[in-house]
Design a protein. Structure first.
Length: 279
C-alpha cells in the first residue's frame, strides 16, 4: 500500500517541483466561507487562492491531479462548481457538509464531470455517515482532523486517533470499498507527535491519502526556489523509503505504535501544550 500525497499551493514553480518529486495532487484551496470564524485563534492555513490559480497550474501538470476545495454548499455553489470544472479541476472537494442533502446537492451539480471527494470534518457528518455511504456515490472521502476536533470541542486533533474515532470511520468507509484518507503528515522526524507514528496509523487503518503539511515544506518562508526543490527532493525520498519499510512491520508493531500514539496524545493534552493549527 502507498499513500497519495496532496500539497496545498498556488505557486506554479512550487507545484511543478512537488509534482516532479512524487506529490500526487496539487491542491487549490478556494474555501473561505466560515473558515476565519471557526479557526480565528489557530495557526492554520487560510488561503487566498483563486480560479485563476487553477487555470495557470492545471495545464502544466502531466502526472499530478488538480484538486480544488470549494466552499460549503451555499446559494452560489452551482456557479462555483461549474467555474472550477471549466478552469481545469480533476477533483472537487466539498468541505463542512452536514447532511445527505448537502452531499446530494454537491454530487448533482458535479454530475460525474470530475471526481468528487467529501471532506468529513463535522460531528453532523459523522452522525449521518451511514446514510451517506448507503445513498450517495462520491469517489472518495477524506477525514479532516482539524475542524472535526473543533466540532467535538477537543483540544488536540490527534485525539481523534487515540479515542478510536478515526478507526471507526475508516472501518465504515472501507466496508463500502470507497478510498479514504485522513489528516496531514509533517516532515519525518518532526512534530510534537512524530510523523512516522502517524504514517503507521495510516497503514494500519487502510488510509490511502494524506496531506503534506506546512512543516513538510513551508515554501512561503523560503526565498530560494532551489532550496524548495532540495527540500522536496530529500523529504519525499525519506518519506517513500519509510513507506517501503512498513511492508515488513508486524501486526504487533502496528499495535504497539497505536498504543504509543495514545500515550503521546494523552501526555500532550495533559500538559496543555499548544496543539492548535499543527500542520
Amino acid at each position: 500500500m502507498t499513500l497519495k500525497f496532496m500539497y496545498i499551493t498556488n505557486d506554479v514553480n512550487v507545484a511543478l517541483i512537488a509534482e516532479k518529486y512524487g506529490v500526487d495532487r496539487i491542491w487549490i484551496d478556494l474555501e473561505t466561507l466560515g473558515k476565519e470564524e471557526r479557526q480565528k485563534n489557530m495557526d492554520s492555513v487560510k488561503s487566498n487562492h483563486s480560479i485563476e490559480d487553477i487555470k495557470k497550474i492545471a495545464p502544466l501538470l502531466t502526472k499530478s491531479e488538480m484538486l480544488v476545495r470549494i466552499n460549503p454548499i451555499n446559494v452560489n455553489s452551482e456557479n462555483e462548481i461549474n467555474t472550477v470544472i471549466d478552469a481545469g479541476a480533476d477533483i472537487i472537494m466539498l468541505p463542512m457538509w452536514k447532511s445527505v442533502d448537502d452531499v446530494n446537492t454537491f454530487l448533482s451539480i458535479v454530475d460525474g464531470r470530475v471526481k468528487t471527494t467529501l471532506l468529513l470534518e463535522t460531528k453532523e457528518a459523522v452522525e449521518c455517515l451511514d446514510k451517506i455511504l448507503e445513498l450517495c456515490h462520491m469517489d472518495e472521502i477524506h477525514i479532516g482532523l482539524n475542524d472535526l476536533h473543533l466540532s467535538y470541542n477537543l483540544s488536540f486533533m490527534f485525539e481523534l486517533l487515540s479515542n478510536g474515532t478515526v478507526e471507526k470511520l475508516c472501518k465504515k468507509i472501507a466496508a463500502k470499498g470507497i478510498p479514504y484518507g485522513f489528516g496531514g503528515i509533517a516532515k519525518l522526524g518532526e512534530g510534537i507527535l512524530p510523523a512516522e507514528r502517524i504514517i503507521m496509523e495510516h497503514f494500519k487503518y487502510g488510509s490511502t491519502r494524506a496531506i503534506l503539511s506546512r512543516s513538510f515544506c513551508n515554501y512561503k518562508k523560503i526565498n530560494d526556489i532551489k532550496k524548495v526543490e532540495y527540500i522536496f527532493s530529500s523529504n519525499m525520498k525519506i518519506l517513500k523509503n519509510f513507506e517501503k519499510s512498513l511492508e515488513y512491520k508486524t501486526e504487533e508493531e502496528f499495535i504497539n505504535n497505536s498504543n504509543e500514539v495514545q500515550r503521546l496524545v494523552e501526555q500532550i493534552v495533559k500538559h496543555g501544550r499548544n496543539c492548535n493549527g499543527i500542520k
